[in-house]
Unconditional design. Sequence first.
Length: 401
Amino acid sequence: MNDATYYDKVTDCVRQALLSGSLRFCDLVRACQGAYPSLVWQILKEMGPQVISVRTDVWSLATANRAGARVPSALSTIEGNPVLQSWYFTDRTCLRIEQLWNWASHRIAFLGTPRLYEWFATANLGESRVLLDLDPLVTRILSASVTDQIVQYDVRDPLPERMAGQFTCVICDPPWYPEEYALWLERARELASGGVVCVSLFPVLTRPSSAHERQVILKAMRTNFSFLTTLTEFLEYEIPSFEFFELAHFGLTGLGPWKLADLVIGQLNTSSEGAATLSPNGRPAWTEIDFGTLRLFVNGTAGSNPEGPLLATVVGGSDILPSPSRREPILQAVNVLSSRGHGLLSHDPLHLINILDGLSAKPANSVSMEDEIGRLNIDPDSKEVLRRLLRQNHSQSLGRV
Ligand SMILES: C[S@@+](CC[C@H](N)C(=O)[O-])C[C@H]1O[C@@H](n2cnc3c(N)ncnc32)[C@H](O)[C@@H]1O
């Protein structure tokens, strides 16, 4: 590589790194794959008004350059799904995975990795691509912009027969719980016996039990894989809308993509065996009702108690959850979630679903919504909670939805 190409490559690293958000200079240097700090500094200076120093030692692309970001994601137009734990990779992570190896000969199954799938589809990487994901809004949005095969699929269901053994590579990112890994890795084995599997693995201090859970997951993988390698902190995630509001409620605003994970890569044995017993979680029936970009999810299977309020707060008077973790005790107690961090309890969820269905069919106008809520035959406290829930004034502060 001559000096000019080398310089261009390092400049490209700087630009790609900054596309994922603001970075400390040290992180920027780390993103430049060994380029010396003084060279990175020189490049920053030569990028002139394209980059700005947002605070001491924190760098960002100027807005005009962000708009020209490499792949404007269709998924950035929708809010996150707290039920399906939609944490999407940053552009920087998608690029790192793109650069892992030459994908040209790979038939790739993207299992619960819609953002990465979109990145690959847009750049036409791989011999063929299929996305399998449960989120109906995600599969609908991506089907509108991408012509590959996109399948709305629940990993708890048997794999469609036509998919078995069709792939040379599966890239999956399950919700970070051990019981999910057993199931998702079994589906990966069915999709690509003898193929390569890339799977995210949560960090050791994610929760008190996570160091042990990682060991268990890796041990189980060793029985079916001929080799395994772990790329530490290779994956970086955008903050989903529901977490954005939960962090903001806690007073943490302006946080960049803080969540990191390892990427485990392994080659499945052709003789690998299916898991003897799989005990996927029960299947709570979450119904989604949307109001503009706000996504509401109500678990209609929770028992009904018409004596209690239709809609109430459970988090010490707050509508917003302290964290999106499934292990969060309060999350166990709520049956209404939103893409903006709400966690509420309905004593009659089926009735609530009916009411929300009715309201969502009305024209989206905040004055008429107030009137509609006022006319509902429900207790006054529930009306107040409903008003707060449906207030449409959050989207601006979120910025990207
Ligand atoms: C942690 S996110 C991973 C997204 C990935 N990091 C990306 O950027 O492409 C989990 C994904 O799995 C999907 N998902 C969750 N539960 C699922 C299930 N039971 N079956 C299929 N997909 C599921 C979600 O819709 C979401 O897209």
